[in-house]
Design a protein around this ligand. Structure first.
Ligand code: 2AM
Ligand code: CA
Length: 269
């Protein structure tokens, strides 16, 4: 993607993200409807839908040749990642939005021919913006993030894990996951995959692992983590698909190898 065009696209995307975030903040105490999707814990609100519609209307008006993949399904139904694709989660951490009125994010990844070019994650209530453009570094509120520490001791890492999604699909033996959790220093669950990937990029967590996430949960986070040397793969070490659900592991490459070899592959069902 042409770098000048990418800058224009980034500025536009950022201003829509900030505008959508301000709208959510203004309406945070207004009544809204809640529905469930794939299961009783998978929530969607009228605010998720309103925010997604805002993006789709704007993108279609300004960039009619671009494609959109988005959580609530108002975007396109894609079978390839050819061209420019916006991968959007209007509210990542919907359960936090409903129960806490904080700790949720707007996540926008922009991919060109399958390559992540732009990642934007906005912690709406905290007004904290994480972003990256490929090969130009990652930022938190315009402050450049440092590269991940490559020399971390495995026993000292803190990992983001969603316990529910860790068990999902029973991809890995529970005993192995227990060994993993006991061996590392600590685990955290924030309830928004996008924010958790941003925290890994920021260095306040050393990795993130989930057994089942959708492209819009991770599209932006992968671009941001990549810029500080974070590797993202599925539990087999393969790239994460942007067209399907996938397991997701993000951390530095040394930790990635050890987790895959010692815990995920050996414990594989
Ligand atoms: P959401 O809030 O946008 O639904 C919680 O650990 C993380 O998992 C959140 O990023 C949440 O995104 C995501 N999540 C919740 N339900 C999911 C589902 N059915 N499939 C994939 N990801 C899901
Ligand atoms: Ca999501």
């Amino acid at each position: 993607m042409n770098v000048e065009f990418r800058d224009t696209l980034f500025n536009q995307a950022k201003s829509w993200v900030l505008e959508a975030g301000a709208n959510i903040r203004n309406k945070i105490n207004d009544p809204y409807d809640i529905a469930t999707k794939s299961n009783a814990n998978d929530l969607v609100t009228t605010m998720d839908k309103e925010t997604e519609s805002f993006f789709i209307t704007n993108i279609k008006a300004s960039y009619p040749e671009h494609y959109i993949l988005s959580e609530e399904g108002f975007g396109d139904h894609l079978t390839t990642l050819n061209g420019t694709v916006w991968i959007i989660d209007p509210i990542d951490g919907t359960m936090n939005f409903v129960h806490q009125k904080k700790n949720f994010a707007i996540s926008v990844g922009i991919y060109h021919d399958g390559v992540g070019e732009i990642g934007i994650i906005y912690d709406v209530m905290a007004d904290v913006l994480f972003y990256a453009k490929r090969n130009e570094g990652a930022y938190k509120n315009d402050v450049k993030l440092a590269p991940l520490n490559p020399n971390l001791k495995f026993e000292e890492v803190i990992f983001g894990l969603n316990h529910f999604w860790l068990c999902e699909n029973r991809l890995v033996d529970e005993q192995r996951m227990q060994d993993f959790v006991r061996t590392i220093r600590g685990s955290r669950t924030y309830g928004s995959a996008a924010l958790e990937l941003a925290y890994v990029a920021e260095g306040v967590m050393d990795g993130y692992l989930s057994m089942s996430l959708a492209p819009w949960d991770v599209a932006a986070g992968i671009v941001i983590a990549d810029e500080v040397g974070g590797i993202t793969s599925d539990i087999d070490g393969n790239p994460v698909s942007m067209l399907d659900k996938s397991s997701v592991l993000t951390c530095n490459s040394t930790i990635q190898k050890r987790i895959i070899n010692d815990y995920l592959q050996k414990g594989k069902k």
